[in-house]
Design a binder for this molecule. Structure first.
Ligand SMILES: Nc1nc2c(ncn2[C@@H]2O[C@H](COP(=O)(O)OP(=O)(O)OP(=O)(O)O)[C@@H](O)[C@H]2O)c(=O)[nH]1
Ligand SMILES: [Mg+2]
Length: 245
C-alpha cells in the first residue's frame, strides 16, 4: 500500500494501523514530502517497531504523481505483485481493500470508484462535488477513458501494470497523473475494473489541492489529449502503422 503524505500528522498513524490490521497482512509504504507537521517522524518511529511499515522521505513537495512513481519503483524493486494507492485522509476507507483484491483476480488494475452504481460521496460541499464531477467528465471525454472515476487515487495495480508504467513515459507530476495513468493502462490493453466506494470528506488536516493544482491538471489533460504521442506504440501496431519495438 503506497500512501503519499504532505502534512497528514493527524491522520497517518490511525490509517496505517487500520491497514496493518487487515487479515491480508499488507505492507504500507508512506511517501512523505518533508511535511512540516512531523508526519515523517511519526511514521519513522512507528516503523522502528513494525516491520510491515516503510517510509520514503523526499526533500520537498514534489507532487502527487511523482510520489506514486517513487512508490511503484520501490514496490517493483521489492517484488510486491499487487500495489495499492490511497489518500492519507480517510477519504478512502480500508474496508474496501478485500473487495478490490478479489476483483484483481480478473483485472490488472482496480479503482475504488465514486461514480459507478453503488458508489457515493459524503460530506463534500457542493463546489467540491461539482469540481470532481466536472474533472471526471472533462478527462473522460477528452481522453476517451473507459472508466467512470478516473480521478480516484484509491487503486490497486498488478506488477505487470507497474512494470509498464516506466515505458508509459507519464508526463504529469501532479494530480493529473491519475487520469494519464488510466489512459496509458487502458491503451496498453490492460483490464481495468471499478468497485463502488463511499468517499468521505476528510475530517482532519487540510486539503492539498488548490486552484493552481486544478488549472495545472486541466491544462495537462488538454495537452495530453492533443498530443499525438499520447497514442501508444500498441495503438499504432494495432492500426498497422508500425510493426517494430
Ligand atoms: N508526497 C506527497 N503527497 C501529497 C502531495 N500532494 C498531496 N499529497 C497527498 O495526497 C493525498 C491526496 O491529497 P488531498 O489533499 O487529500 O487531495 P484531495 O483528496 O483531492 O482533496 P481533499 O478532498 O480536499 O482532501 C493526501 O494523502 C495528501 O497528503 C505531494 O505533493 N506529495
Ligand atoms: Mg483528500
Amino acid at each position: 500500500m503506497v500512501i503519499p503524505t504532505y502534512d497528514e500528522a493527524d491522520n497517518i498513524l490511525s490509517l496505517v494501523e487500520r491497514v496493518l490490521a487487515l487479515p491480508e497482512l499488507i505492507h504500507v509504504l508512506v511517501i512523505d514530502d518533508n511535511s512540516s507537521d512531523g508526519t515523517g517522524d511519526l511514521v519513522e518511529e512507528r516503523g522502528n517497531e513494525e516491520s510491515r511499515l516503510h517510509l520514503i522521505r523526499r526533500a520537498g513537495k514534489l507532487g502527487l504523481g511523482t510520489a506514486y512513481l517513487a512508490g511503484f519503483r520501490y514496490a517493483l524493486e521489492n517484488d510486491y505483485h499487487r500495489v495499492f494507492t490511497m489518500d492519507a485522509d480517510f477519504s478512502h476507507n480500508p474496508r474496501y481493500i478485500p473487495a478490490m483484491l478479489a476483483l484483481m483476480e480478473t483485472h490488472d488494475m482496480v479503482i475504488g470508484s465514486r461514480y459507478v452504481r453503488g458508489g457515493s460521496v459524503t460530506n463534500w460541499p457542493m463546489h467540491r462535488r461539482l469540481l470532481s464531477r466536472f474533472a471526471n467528465f472533462y478527462a473522460r471525454r477528452l481522453l476517451s477513458l473507459p472508466v467512470r472515476d478516473c480521478t480516484s487515487g484509491f487503486r490497486c495495480h498488478s506488477a505487470a501494470v507497474l512494470q509498464a508504467v516506466d515505458s508509459f513515459g507519464i508526463r504529469s507530476s501532479g494530480y493529473s497523473f491519475l487520469e494519464e495513468m488510466v489512459l496509458r493502462v487502458s491503451r496498453h490493453g490492460f483490464r481495468i475494473g471499478e468497485i463502488p466506494i463511499t468517499f468521505e470528506n476528510r475530517t482532519a488536516g487540510s486539503s492539498k489541492i488548490d486552484s493552481s493544482e486544478i488549472y495545472r491538471a486541466a491544462w495537462h489533460v488538454l495537452v495530453t489529449a492533443l498530443r499525438p504521442s499520447s497514442r501508444t506504440i500498441a495503438d499504432r501496431v494495432s492500426q498497422g502503422k508500425s510493426s517494430s519495438k
